[in-house]
Design a protein around this ligand. Structure first.
Ligand SMILES: [Zn+2]
Length: 88
């Protein structure tokens, strides 16, 4: 698929825009909900809704890392807040 070449090409990977990533973390891209979304395991291609949001697959990988870290941090914060609660 010629239209998706920008997403997979290795020659001219666009720099990751952290402001954009931050905005995406705050407003996560809406996925289509198909079983192949966001990754089509059979062909290794990404679903259209990911292709339309991210400029390059490395951007998507980076985004997933951020999401993972965000979840872990939120979990750590939760435990910390729990410990701050006064003991009865
Ligand atoms: Zn999708």
């Amino acid at each position: 698929m010629i239209f998706d070449d920008h997403f997979y090409q290795e020659d001219n990977i666009p720099p990751i825009d952290l402001t954009e990533m931050d905005a995406l973390l705050k407003n996560p891209p809406v996925l289509c909900g198909k079983t192949t979304c966001p990754t089509d395991k059979e062909t290794g291609t990404y679903c259209r809704c990911i292709l339309s949001v991210f400029k390059h697959r490395t951007h998507y990988d980076f985004y997933l890392t951020l999401v993972k870290e965000k979840v872990e941090h939120a979990f750590v914060d939760l435990i910390r807040n729990d410990n701050k609660k006064p003991m009865k």
